[in-house]
Write a protein that binds this ligand. Structure first.
Ligand code: ZN
Length: 86
């Protein structure tokens, strides 16, 4: 009986460690871009914009700066209003 409990404890710890690794990877990826756009439109957004959340992953474009988005032919979203420069 004791062994079963220990195995459960190990499983809990393993899932916590995996979750931590995922959040670290996610945070480092999130820090890598400031704005996102869709390949199907010409607007770029803050990642928090409600329209940005509707972009499907295969159409997702990420930009490190507004200039990068503008150079790629994108214009700022009128809802979340990201800056045109910076
Ligand atoms: Zn937007």
């Amino acid at each position: 009986m004791k062994k079963v409990i220990e195995t459960k404890k190990i499983r809990v710890w393993v899932s916590i460690v995996i979750l931590m690794i995922f959040s670290i990877v996610y945070l480092s990826l999130a820090a890598d871009f400031k704005y996102i756009g869709s390949a199907k439109s010409n607007k770029y957004h803050y990642p928090t914009c409600e329209w940005a959340k509707k972009i499907s992953p295969q159409n997702l474009d990420t930009f490190k700066s507004a200039q990068e988005a503008v150079k790629a032919g994108y214009v700022p979203c009128k809802i979340c209003k990201p800056p045109a420069k910076g």
